[in-house]
Each structure stands twice: as C-alpha cells, then as structure tokens.
Design a protein around this ligand. Structure first.
Ligand SMILES: *Cc1c(COP(=O)(O)O)cnc(C)c1O
Length: 423
C-alpha cells in the first residue's frame, strides 16, 4: 500500500509532485489533501486481489464522501456502499452505477427506502424484521421490487476498537444467525421483495484475517441452511473492515486478505461483494495544519508543552473519539531537537487534541504540520462545532492540485437559520 504518497525533497514535504507549502499559500490552512495516485493504487490493489473471481467492490462512501473522490473510484469500476439518503444522492451525482449500490444501516427511513428504490439500487442490506416489513410496504406503494440481503450478525470478535466492532451479538447491527432463517422465509412470501443475498460487516480497522474467515464460514453454513429450505442466494456480501497502518499496525496485505477469502469461497456459486472504505482512502489523504502558538503550562506535577494548531477535533474527530493515533510530521524538515508535546486545537474541550505526549521535532509558531493517514473518517466526520467553517479538500495529481471542496465561509455557517423569530 502507498502511505500517503509523501516525500521530502530538499527538506520540504511534497504530495505527488506538489509542495505542501504551495497549497497552504494558495488555499490557507487547515486543509485535507488527497493523492490521486495513492487513491487509485489502493483501489486497484484491493480490487485486483479478486481478479478472476465474480465480485463487486462497493466503496464505503462514509469513509470519504467527496464527489470527486467518488467519481474517480466510480470510473475505476467501483460501486458504492451507502448508509443514508444523503450518501445515495452523492453516489448518484458522482455517476456511480445504481446497479452497483448497496444500502446498509440500521435506521433507514421510509423516505430513504423510497429514494433508493426509485434510484434502482442493487440491494438493501436489511438489519431488522421491522425494516423488512417497512421495505415491503414502501415497495408495494410504488410498485417496485426490492432486492434484499439480510445483514447477519455472526457474533465474531473483530479484535478492534469497541466503537468500531459491529459483528458481536451485543452490537446493534444485523440480525442473529438463528433468527435469520425465519426472516428469509418471511421475505420469500412477500410480494415486492426479492431475496438476493446474505451479508455481514463485522467491524473496522481489522488487522487480522482470521475474523473475516470465521465470519465467512458462518455465512456459508447459513447459506447451506437457506439452500436446504429452497432459498438460493446470488450475492455474498462480506462487508468492509480491512485495516491500515497508522502507527505500527501490521494489517494484512489486500492480496493476502483476498486469497484467504477466495480459498474459503471456493466452489460457491455467487457474486462476492466487498465494501472497503478505510483501506482505499485512509492512506490516500492527510490533514495539513498550521501552528498558531506554542505554550508551556507549568505549576502542575510536571511542565506540559502544548502546540496549538488551527485544526481541531471538529476537523479530525478520530483522536478524540477513539483515542486514535495519527503520525504527525513537519512540512519543513526540522531540527534534530525533539520535545514531548500535546498537539491540540482551538476548541473549548479538553478532549480536543490531535496527539498526546508525542515526541516531535521542535516546532515553532507558523510551522506547517501534516497529520498522516487522515483520508478515511477524516473530512467525512467533520462538523461545524464551535462555529468553525469546515476546511477545504484538495486533490493532488502529479505536479498539479485542485480544490475539490471549498473552505466554508461564515455565511455557510448560517445557512437555513433565521433572525425573524416569534416573540
Ligand atoms: C463502515 C462500513 C464499511 C466500511 O468499513 P471500513 O472499515 O472503512 O472498510 C463497510 N460496510 C458497512 C456496512 C459499514 O458500516
């Protein structure tokens, strides 16, 4: 995998052949920066592991939902795994073939189901008996047929962060294997429902292959049960979840992941669906931020050094939300002097940090820093908290770069609000 596609040239950090300083000068800071080469490489590397196997790779839109990114992946043949009406809207606008769109998520509203049916998506991953009933109702109303898979909760431990484990019995996702047959039998008798597949998604940032194989084995067993009951399956959706390197994690190479899956799948007659997110975009994007202040707070047990930057938890939530680690490097190669610092944002929360107790080359006011591996669940999780306009997104390609989402302005913050209030 390509790690962010960054190189130092004469002490200056480049993405592709673009110096980061030049982008900062033109676009301001903070900004997300994606490498076209890394993005394409990561998709190709993932997808090619399944060459010769009947499969469909549906990029998980929630990991990085910019239209330009979706368009690039769509042109490479990617479908989309969506989890909301908004993501459906984006995927369609980006030109992704509706017949390659899979709709997952536990809380689909009637309006969302209707939109997806009108859109002509490939398949709904149903997560509860009530959702099946609702979908039948909506499909009947508009005279459509809905292709469905049930998302099975295989009760497999993905050995990842608790907040991104989704395939354990105690998680809200999917339906338990031993209740699933009953739902398939119900679905079979529904007028506007067509059974298409079986699906699962056990979690995110998995660094081992065995939980995927274990989940696949459980799905296979279940498909046998379905067949015994006269129900055939066209699609087996294994979800996403392949991890990436943020620090020193050693996730499986996508080809090794693919090989293990294909081995387990041998002899099965169905189309494999994959829903990778992080493994495509995580190491294809960075967040660039500028140091505003450095300060020392003494008086406690020990002195504490802070580097205050212009990016915050609203721009990149992962450190605050999951205690996630992102490498942070200076954009201009710095002195040998190292110091132990907290890198924090301007937001009025103690949880607002990008790094804690981090050994960093000494940085000064005005320096640019790059927060690596921020392409997945970076911008897409950002918010306007503290009335901070969301940052720009930039795409680099060879020696050129292009803004693919303008930095929000103050007026954008007020959109939809009103001063004419009743009294
Ligand atoms: C989030 C999600 C994915 C993508 O997960 P990654 O870890 O980013 O690969 C795939 N499928 C579903 C249903 C998801 O919720």
């Amino acid at each position: 995998m390509i790690m962010d596609n960054l190189t130092y040239r004469d002490g200056k950090l480049f993405c592709e052949d673009v110096p980061l300083e030049a982008i900062a000068k033109q676009v301001g800071t903070p900004f997300y920066l994606y490498s076209t080469t890394a993005l394409k490489h990561n998709f190709q590397e993932f997808d090619s592991g399944f060459d010769g196997q009947d499969h469909l790779t549906c990029f998980a839109v929630k990991s990085c939902s910019n239209l330009a990114i979706l368009q690039i992946l769509g042109k490479m043949g990617s479908g989309a795994d969506i989890v909301s009406g908004g993501e459906l809207f984006r995927a369609m606008k980006a030109g992704i073939d509706p017949n390659k769109i899979i709709y997952s998520g536990v809380g689909k509203t009637k309006a969302e189901l209707r939109e997806a049916l009108y859109g002509g998506i490939l398949m709904f991953n149903i997560e509860s008996p009530q959702e099946l009933d609702r979908l039948q109702g909506v499909a009947e109303e508009i005279g459509a047929t809905a292709r469905v898979a049930f998302r099975i909760n295989p009760d497999v431990d993905p050995k990842t962060h608790a907040y991104i484990s989704t395939g354990l019995a105690k998680n809200k996702f999917g339906i338990p294997v031993d209740e699933a047959l009953q739902e398939y039998l119900r679905a079979r008798d529904m007028e506007n429902i067509e059974i298409a597949g079986v699906s699962c998604h056990i979690g995110s940032q998995l660094t081992e292959i065995s939980p995927f194989v274990e989940a696949l084995q459980k799905l296979k067993e279940f498909i046998t049960t379905l067949n015994d009951n006269g129900i055939g399956i066209s699609y087996l959706d294994l979800g996403g979840g392949v991890g990436i390197t943020y620090d020193d994690e050693k996730p499986p190479h996508p080809h090794d992941y693919a090989a293990a899956i294909r081995k387990e799948l041998a002899g099965m007659d169905c189309t494999l669906i994959l829903e990778p997110g992080r493994v495509i975009t995580g190491n294809a994007g960075i967040l660039v931020t500028r140091v505003q202040y450095t300060k020392v707070n003494s008086g406690g047990e020990k002195e504490k050094q802070f580097v205050v930057v212009d990016a915050a938890m609203n721009d990149l939530a992962r450190p605050s939300l999951y205690g996630a680690y992102h490498k942070i490097v200076p954009v201009t190669e710095a002195s040998e002097d190292q110091e132990l610092v907290d890198i924090v944002g301007p937001i009025c929360e103690t949880g607002d940090f990008l790094a804690k107790d981090r050994m960093m080359p000494k940085v000064e006011q005005g320096d640019l820093l790059a927060v690596l591996s921020s392409g997945a669940y970076g911008f897409s999780m950002s918010s306007n908290y503290n009335s901070r306009p969301r940052v720009a997104e930039v795409l680099a390609c060879n020696e050129r770069f292009q803004v693919i989402r303008y930095r929000e302005e103050y007026e954008d913050l007020l959109r939809g609000e009103s001063l004419s209030v009743m009294e």
